[in-house]
Design a protein around this ligand. Sequence first.
Ligand SMILES: [Mg+2]
Length: 189
Amino acid sequence: MKIGIDIDGVLLDTIPAFLELVNKDKGTAFTKAAITDYYFGDIIGITDDEMWEYFKKVDNSKLPLCDPSAKSWIDFLRKRGHEIIVITCNEEPRATQLRDRLRALDIQMDNFIAIGPNVSKLETIRQHNVDYMIDDSIRNLDQVSTDCFPIMYTQPWNAQTKRFLRANDFYGIVDIIRCKERLKKYEVE
Ligand SMILES: [Mg+2]
């Protein structure tokens, strides 16, 4: 199977590094738990433009994995014949910086696709026949759920939705995929 995986908020834990910059500048003390909406400018009191400026200042070469065990579970999936396709809406130069960071963390990818901001991931999903998509954005999963099996990666900004099966870590992702693959035997064509 082809498994699409998002970067920010799924593979790499970007928000804490972002908030550290904001907190230092504004004298605030926001933590990831406070970010209960994907569009969180209002929550921390900054405009969209300011938000992008802060994102640009994040040192992508130091971002940690959301789940320290992500590498071993990705290796597990690849050993069983699954393909890992990393799909991000980032544009250059950040897209390459993120790819380099994932490589430095020894995350094995069969494909890396940067589609640019404000573009639906649906076209990419269709083009590459992606079977599963793991994302932390409700909007992204809504857009692709007609053509692949969506898995929500739990973060404070998506905790409110019950529309998708969700995984709290990479073991959870593997668990959902294995269950779904086993159940296919019983599905009527
Ligand atoms: Mg994301």
